[in-house]
Design a protein around this ligand. Structure first.
Ligand code: ATP
Length: 245
């Protein structure tokens, strides 16, 4: 579904991703692990084609079509959604309005004619609330008053509204208590069962290995391990050297 082939990416003159390759298969949960600063977020940003970093060589293909250097919105309408680490929710809008805004943005790109040939139906609010029953209970609560876990759920819900084929989550468990992590984990598994492929970046390698089918470990901008979650669990050397667990 997604193929990242020999990508070199830069912030200004800082060379961050070095010959990085990975692939994500349809229907799987794939985790990108590694220490702080290893290049995980940069990888997601390269795929989403955000303004930075600058991908200077290599190719990124989605459903066989090259998306390297494509406009961010065009990558999004092709079916890739990124939930960034900052969990962007509108603090002064209610849960319902936050989700509605995602819909408006989508309709606007329709007006701009961007997804004429890539149109997919938006996910119905009911289906989103099935994944996140907690949000249904808080429809009229302001985004800014939600707990960290609920804000994460809302940020994911907003991305799901676009009905992506590939949902990319940047550190979804960051700052969440173990019990809340379990709720987010269950939601991610449910999202996959509903047919969405997931690429997840996490510092919390143990939690990520719980739900991932396959894992990549990134160090200094390159992939140093590629295997199943079970293989990574058994590879003590890699875990200790690159993940500290
Ligand atoms: P983290 O958990 O810290 O986000 P990460 O593996 O996601 O870790 P990246 O955010 O991809 O790491 O950062 C990789 C390197 O790029 C780091 O050395 C970081 O300092 C640098 N970097 C990140 N963003 C920028 C930027 N906008 N401009 C310049 N350098 C950056």
């Amino acid at each position: 579904m997604l193929e990242v082939d020999s990508v070199d990416a830069y912030y200004g003159e800082s060379h961050i991703l070095r010959d990085l390759s990975l692939h994500v298969e349809e229907g799987e949960i794939c985790a990108l692990l590694g220490r702080n600063g290893a290049g995980k977020t940069t990888t997601l940003r390269s795929i989403a084609s955000t303004e930075e970093p600058d991908v200077r060589s290599g190719t990124i293909r989605f459903h066989g079509q090259e998306i390297t250097h494509m406009a961010t919105e065009d990558v999004a309408v092709r079916g890739i959604s990124l939930v960034p680490e900052e969990r962007r929710v509108f603090p002064d809008l209610t849960v319902e309005e936050n989700i509605h805004i995602a819909e408006v943005v989508r309709n606007r790109s329709n007006v701009l004619g961007r997804n004429v040939s890539f149109g997919r139906d938006q996910m119905a609010n009911e289906d989103i609330y099935e994944v996140f029953p907690r949000l249904r209970e808080r429809l009229s609560q302001k985004g800014g008053t939600l707990s960290g876990g609920e804000q994460q759920m809302l940020a994911i819900a907003r991305a799901l509204k676009q009905n992506p084929d590939l949902l990319m989550l940047d550190e979804p468990y960051e700052g969440l208590a173990p019990q809340i992590i379990e709720g987010v984990e269950a939601a991610i598994e449910r999202i996959r069962e509903d047919g969405t492929t997931v690429l997840l970046v996490e510092q919390n390698a143990i939690a990520a290995m719980n739900i991932a089918d396959r894992c990549y470990v990134v160090d200094q901008g390159s992939v140093v391990f590629d295997g199943t979650a079970d293989e990574l669990r058994e590879d003590e050397d890699t875990r200790q050297r690159y993940l500290g667990v």
